[in-house]
Write a protein that binds this ligand. Structure first.
Ligand SMILES: C[S@@+](CC[C@H](N)C(=O)[O-])C[C@H]1O[C@@H](n2cnc3c(N)ncnc32)[C@H](O)[C@@H]1O
Length: 213
């Protein structure tokens, strides 16, 4: 299987064109509701062309930064917002000191990583106690695929993006809510919620590094 950062390096422009739509961006904004009160130091992991990073940075300010493995994606994020702090790096080996972040957002990224446990262990390491991770990941299930695509039909650009996203996640992987909960819990994080969103196409999960951990 082709490594996902290589795929996204090649598909940067079409990806940006398809995902810069109100449905996708509203889900990026939705993650803000899940961050701990007063969050300032926030990493948007797998930031891509900055869809999610810009939304989080607009709300929280200068402590928000993006990280991605694909340089072409970082160039697009830079073009979108010259002020965004951006880092080229691997989500499974974060160049960040332990217990320094208030939150990590993962918008449509974990499913692409071959070693998901390593990525979540890194997230648990860099979060401060009480810090939170918010993830939006493709949800497993044929009924979710059909229902979600049918609901997306009313918004043609989103319907195309959703269908392609479903195709890519069919190759790299999808999660049930319980699978995502299990992965977060075995990484030492305490799950606050794992709920269906985007008409069943995705799971929104939120977990916290326990106080005292
Ligand atoms: C589906 S895009 C999501 C982009 C953005 N978060 C959004 O919501 O539009 C996934 C991103 O994860 C990045 N990625 C894949 N593997 C990675 C890794 N090991 N470390 C960091 N980023 C990675 C890809 O390069 C790509 O930009």
């Amino acid at each position: 299987m082709i490594r996902s950062d290589v795929l996204f390096q090649a598909a940067t422009l079409p990806y940006e064109l398809l995902t810069r739509n109100p449905v996708w961006e509203s889900r990026c904004v939705r993650m803000l509701d899940e961050l701990p009160p007063g969050a300032k130091r926030v990493l948007d992991l797998g930031c891509g062309p900055g869809n999610s990073t810009v939304q989080v940075a607009n709300a929280l300010g200068r402590g928000v930064f993006g990280l991605d493995y694909a340089r072409a994606m970082l160039h697009r994020a830079r073009a979108r917002s010259g002020a965004l702090p951006l880092v080229c790096g691997d989500g499974t080996r974060l160049p960040i000191r332990s217990a320094t972040l208030d939150a990590v957002t993962f918008h449509s990224v974990l499913y692409l990583l071959p070693d998901r446990r390593a990525a979540l262990a890194e997230v648990a390491r860099v979060l401060r106690p009480g810090g939170r991770v918010a993830l939006l990941e493709p949800q497993a299930g044929t009924a979710n695929t059909i229902g979600g695509i049918v609901r997306a039909m009313g918004t043609p650009r989103w319907a195309v993006a959703a269908t392609l996203w479903r195709g890519v996640s069919g190759v790299y992987g999808r999660f049930t809510r319980d699978e995502l909960r299990g992965l977060l819990e075995t990484s030492g994080l305490s799950v606050r919620k794992a709920e269906s969103t985007l008409g069943g196409l995705a799971v929104l999960a939120v977990a916290e590094r326990p106080l005292g951990a």
